[in-house]
Design a protein around this ligand. Structure first.
Ligand code: FEO
Length: 397
């Protein structure tokens, strides 16, 4: 049975939720599943915007058929070819064989790579600012490459001022076409949005910034992303967050401490440093890299200005979970952060050197303080830890 929602006059959400998915992209752990959004416009012509993942295609097809209610589908618009949105569109094309498929050249290339059906006679190739009138509603298309794949475009409906924004402005977590009322924009939801943005699109900050700039000329009342909630009440808040994240600007001046500790001695140093940082009025978030999935560590790294990394030496190198974290933030182009590094080793501490090497490749990231532990802290280290904290925060007293 169909499960749909009205977005505005004759514009419908026809997506579906996978409440049971445990890992997005088979990589990022989920505890509330994920939403795959799709939208359908009924006018003189009918237009379906994007598809869903194969796992929820039955619900999706029920929704599309239900809303069309016997009408034919005139246009299928593909903003993004990643299979979490495009895997189901072959079913749509088979069900509505007269449909015209609207996409840019790159998207049609990717379509061919993923599918074995011939759509040559059904193609309508669009480019930057191409227009598609549906009747009362008018669509235009804007290319937003690398947000999050090279073929991505967004679709703007000018009558109701709706931006169908593809992956941009999405989030993890399932929801049933929920709008952004004040109960929804909780700290927990923002955390989920941040984890989605930083891990999925975080690498492409420059391209996201360019896309925001390009779209800033449009009057937008509603943003309909491919994941997460639909935005119409808190668009300024959403843009403010995206401006920070895409420019790699910290949201606050607080401290993230990540540690890799085998027997508790490195963790002991972390606890003492956190205590000292608190005495300077800093809020501190601490995570064990062995116990927390790296996607959460990445998200928190985009949040704070200061990052302290404390790691044991392992097999003459860096502890695997810390190495994985550093490779990840480096690949995601994180920049503009101040680091403090702590290493521990019983006979040949190596961690700081390796961490330093990776951080040195990250733009505008500075190592403000380092500290080396031989096995465990001694009372004489207390002053050195004081100095470490002052150097990190650049306090001269
Ligand atoms: Fe939700 Fe880039 O796909």
């Amino acid at each position: 049975m169909q499960n749909t929602r009205i977005i505005s006059d004759n514009v419908f959400w026809v997506g579906a939720n996978d409440y049971r998915l445990e890992k997005f992209e088979n990589l990022f752990p989920l505890d509330k599943g994920v939403a795959y959004n799709s939208y359908l416009i009924l006018d003189e012509k009918t237009a379906l915007i994007d598809g869903v993942d194969l796992s929820v295609s039955k619900q999706y097809i029920d929704n599309v058929v239900g809303i069309l209610d016997g009408r034919d589908l005139d246009y299928l618009i593909i903003n993004h070819m990643e299979p979490d949105h495009s895997a189901s569109i072959v079913d749509v094309i088979k069900l509505y064989p007269n449909v015209t498929i609207v996409a840019n050249n790159k998207t049609f290339d990717f379509f061919k790579q993923f599918n074995n059906i011939d759509i040559e006679n059904q193609k309508l190739v669009v480019a930057e600012n191409s227009q598609l009138p549906l009747g009362k509603h008018n669509l235009s298309f804007f290319l937003t490459p690398m947000v999050h794949w090279p073929e991505v475009m967004v679709t703007y409906e000018s009558t109701d001022k709706i931006l169908f924004s593809a992956d941009a402005f999405g989030s993890f977590d399932s929801n049933d076409a929920t709008f952004d009322d004040s109960q929804i924009i909780t700290t927990e939801y923002v955390n989920s949005m941040r984890r989605y943005y930083t891990n999925i699109v975080g690498k492409y900050g420059v391209q996201v910034t360019n896309a925001i700039k390009k779209l800033s000329t449009l009057k937008i009342d509603t943003i309909c992303p491919l994941h997460g909630i639909i935005w119409r009440n808190h668009i300024d808040f959403l843009l403010e967050k995206y401006n920070l994240w895409s420019s790699y600007t910290p949201e606050d001046q607080d401290v993230l401490i990540l540690y890799a500790s085998m027997y508790g001695n490195t963790k002991n140093a972390v606890s003492i440093i956190a205590n000292k940082l608190s005495s300077y009025g800093k809020k501190v978030e601490i995570f064990d890299t062995s116990l927390t999935d790296v996607s959460f560590l990445v998200a928190n790294s985009f949040k704070h200005k200061f990052i302290v990394l404390a790691s044991v030496t392992y097999n003459g190198g860096l502890y695997p979970t810390m190495l994985n974290y550093l490779n990840d933030i480096s690949a995601l182009n994180l920049c503009n952060r101040n680091f403090g590094l702590i290493e521990n080793g019983t006979w040949a501490p190596m961690s700081n050197k390796i961490m330093q090497n990776i951080i040195s490749t990250m733009r505008n990231c500075e190592i403000k303080a380092t500290f080396s532990i031989k096995s465990s802290l001694k009372p004489t280290d207390n002053e050195k830890l004081d100095e470490f904290v002052k150097q990190l925060l650049e306090i001269n007293e």
